[in-house]
Design a protein around this ligand. Structure first.
Ligand code: G4P
Length: 291
C-alpha cells in the first residue's frame, strides 16, 4: 500500500494513532531493517510522548546481516530496545514478547508492589506503509487465537490478538507517514519500494542505488554486471539496456533500463543491501556535539 501523504492525511493518521495509544502499554515501532531511520517517522517521539516502545527491524531477511547487527548495537547504546525479525517466515517473532516484557518490567513491578495484579501487556504496531505491519499481524493471527470479545472501556471495533498469555496486540496497526523532504531519504525509500514510483524520477533513483552499491557493495555489483570495470551510472544503464535489448535499435531506453535496475535492486538480485548505516547517525551526532 502506498499512499500520497498530504497534511490532511497526516493529521488524520496522527489522530487515529493518538486514540489507539490510550489502549496500549507499549508501541512496537516497525521499521524496515534496510533503512531503520529513513523508514521511521521523524515525529515518533512527539506522537507517542512518554509511551514505551520497542523498535522492530522487520524484513531482516532482506537486509545486510552485518549492518543489522550494528544497528542493534547502536540502539542498545542509545538505551533503546530493538529486535530484528522476519515477518514473512515468522523468524524471531518470539522476541516480541520478551522485549515487551523487559521494557515493561519496572512498571509492572511497581504495580505489583501497589497490589495490582499482573496482566498481559497491551501493544500496538506502528509504522509507515510497506514496512510489513499487516504481514506481521497476519502472522501472529495465524499462530494465535484471535480474541473477538471486547473488554469494558475498549472500543467495540478494536480486536486483540493474544500472543501467548503475556501479550495482547491490537489487530489494526497505527499508520504514520514517511518523510522524504530530503532527497536521499526519498531515494532510499524508493529503492525498497516504500514509496510510489511516480514520486521520484526513476533514473535518479537508479543512479543513487548504483552509486550506493558501488561504494558499499562493489562485489555485489561485479557479479550482477559481470564486470568490475568502473563505470558511471549512465554507462551502467547503457550496459543493462544493451544486454536486455532495451533499445529501439538505435536509442538506449534509459527509463526502462532504470526500471529494470530498480526492480532488480528491490528483488535482491544485487544482494542484501542495507541503505541506512548507523555510522551516518553517529557522525551527525559527533558533528552536533562539536558545534
Ligand atoms: P504494511 O502493512 O506495513 O503496509 O506492509 P505489508 O504487510 O503490506 O508488507 C509490505 C510488503 O513487504 C509485502 O510484500 C510483504 O510480503 C513484505 N514483507 C513484510 N514483512 C516482510 C519480511 O519480514 N520479509 C520479507 N522478505 N518481506 C516482508 P508485497 O510484495 O507487497 O506482497 P507479497 O508479494 O508478499 O504478496
Amino acid at each position: 500500500m502506498t499512499i500520497q501523504w498530504f497534511p490532511g492525511h497526516m493529521a488524520k493518521a496522527r489522530r487515529q494513532v493518538t486514540e489507539k495509544l490510550k489502549l496500549v502499554d507499549i508501541i512496537f515501532e516497525l521499521v524496515d531493517a534496510r533503512l531503520p531511520i529513513s523508514s521511521a517517522n521523524p515525529m515518533m517521539h512527539e506522537i507517542i510522548h512518554q509511551k514505551r516502545r520497542v523498535v522492530i527491524l522487520n524484513k531482516s531477511d532482506m537486509a545486510d546481516p552485518s549492518i543489522t547487527e550494528k544497528w542493534l548495537e547502536y540502539y542498545e547504546k542509545q538505551g533503546i530496545r530493538a529486535v530484528a525479525i522476519n515477518s514473512k517466515d515468522g523468524k524471531g517473532l518470539h522476541k516480541l514478547t520478551k522485549a515487551a516484557q523487559a521494557e515493561m518490567s519496572e512498571k509492572f513491578e511497581r504495580n505489583l508492589k501497589r497490589g495490582m495484579r499482573p496482566r498481559a501487556i497491551r501493544a500496538m504496531i506502528l509504522g509507515i506503509p510497506n514496512v510489513g505491519k499487516s504481514t506481521l499481524i497476519n502472522r501472529l493471527v495465524k499462530k494465535n487465537i484471535t480474541q473477538t470479545g471486547n473488554r469494558p472501556g475498549v472500543t467495540k471495533a478494536q480486536q486483540w490478538i493474544k500472543v501467548g498469555k503475556e501479550l495482547e496486540l491490537l489487530d489494526t496497526p497505527g499508520i504514520l507517514w514517511p518523510k522524504f523532504e530530503d532527497s536521499e531519504v526519498g531515494y532510499r525509500l524508493a529503492l525498497t519500494g516504500a514509496i510510489k514510483d511516480d514520486i521520484l524520477n526513476l533514473i535518479d533513483v537508479s543512479d543513487y542505488g548504483y552509486d550506493y552499491a558501488a561504494k558499499y557493495y562493489p562485489a555485489f555489483l561485479m557479479s550482477y554486471l559481470g564486470t568490475d570495470e568502473p563505470m558511471t551510472p549512465k554507462e551502467m544503464l547503457e550496459r543493462l539496456a544493451l544486454n536486455r535489448q532495451l533499445t529501439d535499435g538505435e536509442h538506449i531506453d534509459y527509463s526502462r533500463a532504470a526500471e529494470h535496475f530498480v526492480r532488480d535492486f528491490r528483488a535482491l538480485k544485487l544482494g542484501r543491501i542495507t541503505l541506512d548505516r548507523p555510522e551516518e547517525l553517529e557522525m551527525a551526532e559527533e558533528a552536533d556535539e562539536e558545534v
